[in-house]
Design a protein around this ligand. Sequence first.
Ligand code: A2H
Length: 257
Amino acid sequence: EGVSPQEYTLIKLRIHDDRIPAKLKSRLTSSTTGVYLAAATLRPETMYGQTNCWLHPDITYVAFETCLHGILISTRRAALNMAYQEFTNVYGQYTILAEFLGTELFGLPLHAPLSYYETVYVLPMMTIKEDKGTGVVTSVPSDSPDDYVALMDIKNKVNLREKYNIEESMVLPYDPVPIIELEPYGRLAAPTICNQMKIQSQNDGGKLLEAKEEICTKSFSDGILVVGKYTNTKVSDAKKLVQTDLITDGQACVYYE
Ligand code: A2H
């Protein structure tokens, strides 16, 4: 942890209303304005390329009421942090409506703001840390090496899908979307660098870290958006513009830790 706080954008991934889990549904009032997985990202400008959402199978997630953002789902730790950032009615307090293990939420259909895909699904990622962000990660395999290798794992491994009851239809139709042009990698920087470095799986920790640093630094300095309202805008400029639009539309908020 650094000395200054890290700013994350929380992306609100809405669970389809007719698929809200029963134990949460029974706690809802008619005034509820949606149930959302709150995904913490440093790259709001990449949301056009979302293909799925990641949770850790064994982490506990809580659903709690906020004043402005409906019902959010995150780790307990993040819920408490949000309660100290005026997300809830009473400062420093949040009321848990339901608790879930990641495994209980796998396969739920979501609406992900700006995504090329109309519906994306909740899938397992083993490298999610409990003590960073919200424990919910939105997946952008075109530009995140972590997301790309995890998506390839779940696409290629029938055993992994069977273990967590993930259907083929939640995974196979989802490919990385070209959203950012980055010389010399082209428009699918993460797949390209992972293939060049022969990164095979989520467990290739050292090489993945190297790939991630290379892509993130380069993308910020040289990347150009090739989709959406800010087509032809530099990543470094688009970041704030996309974040502001999402917040104005009620589809995201800022979170510090
Ligand atoms: B980023 P930092 Cl396109 N465990 O969002 C593991 N990873 C987590 C996490 C957790 N609990 N919470 C957030 N993250 C991921 C987009 C993205 C991200 C792209 C490229 C790089 C990238 C789409 N996934 O991150 O340690 C989230 O993934 C590269 C570091 O606080 C979040 O941003 O710096 C980033 O890691 C936060 O990591």
